[in-house]
Design a protein around this ligand. Sequence first.
Ligand SMILES: Cc1cc2nc3c(=O)[nH]c(=O)nc-3n(C[C@H](O)[C@H](O)[C@H](O)COP(=O)(O)OP(=O)(O)OC[C@H]3O[C@@H](n4cnc5c(N)ncnc54)[C@H](O)[C@@H]3O)c2cc1C
Length: 378
Amino acid sequence: MPGDVSDIGMSDDLSPGLEKRLRQSAEDTAGTGRPDQDCLTELRTSGLLATAVPREYGGVGGDASAVNRVVERLACLNPSLAIMAFQHFAVTSRIVEWGTTEQKSALLPRLADGVYLAASAWSELGAGAAKRLLSSTADRRPDGTWVLNGAKSFTTSASVADLYLVLVRTDGPAPGTDTDTGYGAAGQTFFLVPAGNPGLATDLSLDLVGMRGSATGFVSLRQCVVHDTDRLGPQGRAAQIIAGVRESGATLGAVALGVAQAALELLVDHFRRGGQLDRPVVRDRLVGLATEVESARAVVERAGRRSAPDPGTATLHSKLHASAVAERVCLEVAGMLGSTGYNTGSAVNRLLADARAVALMGPTNELCRELLAAAWQG
Ligand SMILES: Cc1cc2nc3c(=O)[nH]c(=O)nc-3n(C[C@H](O)[C@H](O)[C@H](O)COP(=O)(O)OP(=O)(O)OC[C@H]3O[C@@H](n4cnc5c(N)ncnc54)[C@H](O)[C@@H]3O)c2cc1C
């Protein structure tokens, strides 16, 4: 059955040994703040990166439900790896939707077999969460090539990705003057830039509180020359592509869900080891937390099924709800662990920081609320 996680043999791919290594890597990278290359190699060779690639290009042909389930499963073990996979799936899906025949043939098989890991470089300091005030530019030269210049911030998988989907200003109204879609602006264009381009440089000097193994850093474009065939989608109309992203049903809520599940499992394990699972007060609070996690699962699954009357609205709600649940669950787990949790060695503190990151990621929760409220105004 296409689109089902069983279709990609997840239970085989995530063997107990691999699960253990991914968990351990989450702990290790929380300390180092650097990506774990061995763990990334495991991800690249796991077959999971093929999830969003259509079968005719060597992929699994998974739908948004499949993407959300893979991301949730990864997030439960290693949230940093999950956001890297999420960005990979997002770029893959944009190429499936908007790529030319040549781009699809050249890129999708490599994105499926893990030779290519993809990253999104949209954010910039000062651009605003809605990316309306981009400073990065692309200028067309007489020979038809483009020259990209600018500085991108908060790019997940910076330095480890092989392909970057960058958002730049090309033509159209002055930045910030149009108000059409609420995310992105007219006159912005996407380009696919390979890591080997001499005009692209990465920098991992960001020292994030959470998602510390995600290689979230800076990408700078200096006289970065690309061909018009590297443009993804119509010139000046990236906002239209961005507006379609939430319609897909793939949601960062899946990351939050995996984090919340991991925190809950941590707490259950703590009480089990302490022989306290039969205490009524413990049972009562554990069931309360488990119910919250289930509510997050329900909204993430609904977004992935695209069964709501407005799938885009369901996707935004899923991110808002699941990220709020993840933060609440992690906080309550930290409290219930008592002084055991108030220890740098306790995974709950890492999970709490990772949960916070989801709310800050695009579209940020505040921007999600703006987009939802704007829908009421038509
Ligand atoms: C762990 C992590 C990974 C990330 N990975 C990526 C990535 O791979 N690629 C990428 O391009 N970006 C990435 N980002 C950036 C993210 O997507 C946000 O767009 C970016 O962080 C916005 O920056 P800010 O919160 O500083 O926004 P600011 O624009 O400085 O906003 C400040 C505050 O105002 C709110 N705000 C701003 N504009 C609006 C608006 N129009 N409506 C409502 N509220 C608004 C914001 O939500 C925020 O609370 C990542 C961020 C994090 C934390």
